[in-house]
Design a protein around this ligand. Structure first.
Ligand code: ZN
Ligand code: FE
Length: 257
């Protein structure tokens, strides 16, 4: 199986997950980019997976469905271009022998879902398509949900296997890491990762997919209970050690950074 990020708009990635003949695409905000890739790689599109209702994730769904007859999957709790298979946390389905599990991750939007597929055989890592919930070095803005919901959603993702390939929907990594370094200036792993990402971007390469293990070491939003992060937040706004308050203030800090 291969993971190919298709760049779209300013900083979106539409993820193509495929073998040599069949593909699924995640959050196709733009149909043309996907159709070109399918043509170029000679792939049949079986399914379209949607994580949440924002236009940069759904704008190409209708056209793609029409052009390919692909089956559309999406969150039961949100309005996305129908008809689609409406999914909730805990639902599973199969694609090309892979099991795909649905995880509820409210916060960025109220009905946001993520797709996880466990490892299959020795040469396939687990894969996570997390939309705008988890980014490398950061997390999504709280447009419809609360800090408590987002913290809970990130906890669910953090419990997945460390080797999981984290496929985020935006290339926000470098600006996220600048913030992460302000929060944890002494995190050596973070500094090293920032250097590597700068190199990749300078070479025109994506910083994604990341891995969950990598994110657990560098992403302040997955590290909001670490003493270093708690201390940095409490120094700005006293939270009395409350973990949701710390997370909320961390998100606020990033919003204004
Ligand atoms: Zn979004
Ligand atoms: Fe987005």
């Amino acid at each position: 199986m291969q993971l190919t990020p298709l760049p779209a708009f300013n900083d979106n990635y539409l993820w193509l997950w495929h073998n040599s003949t069949h593909a699924v695409v995640v959050d196709p905000g733009d149909a043309k980019v996907v159709l070109q890739a399918l043509e170029h790689l000679q792939l049949h599109l079986d399914a379209i997976l949607v994580t949440h209702h924002h236009a940069d994730h759904t704008g190409g769904v209708d056209l793609l469905r029409e052009a390919t007859q692909a089956l559309v999957y999406g969150p039961a709790g949100e309005n996305i271009p129908g008809p689609h298979v409406a999914l909730r946390g805990g639902d599973t389905f199969d694609w090309q022998g892979h099991r795909i599990e649905v995880i509820d991750v409210p916060g960025h939007t109220a009905g946001h879902i993520a797709y996880f597929s466990p490892a299959l055989g020795a040469d396939n890592a687990p894969v996570l398509f997390c939309g705008d919930t988890l980014f490398s070095g950061g997390c999504g803005r709280l447009f419809e949900g609360t800090a408590a919901q987002m913290l809970n959603s990130l906890d669910r993702l953090a419990a997945l296997p460390g080797a999981t390939r984290v496929c985020c929907a935006h290339e926000y990594t470098l600006s996220n890491l600048r913030f992460a370094l302000a929060v944890e200036p002494d995190n050596a792993e973070l500094k090293a990762y920032h250097d590597r990402c700068q190199q990749w971007r300078a070479n025109g390469q994506p910083t994604l997919p990341s891995t969950l293990l990598q994110e657990l070491a560098i992403n302040p939003f997955l590290r909001s209970r670490q003493a270093s992060v708690v201390q940095a937040v409490e120094q700005r706004v006293p939270c009395g050690g409350d973990e949701v308050a710390v997370f909320a203030q961390l998100r606020e800090w990033k919003n204004k950074f």
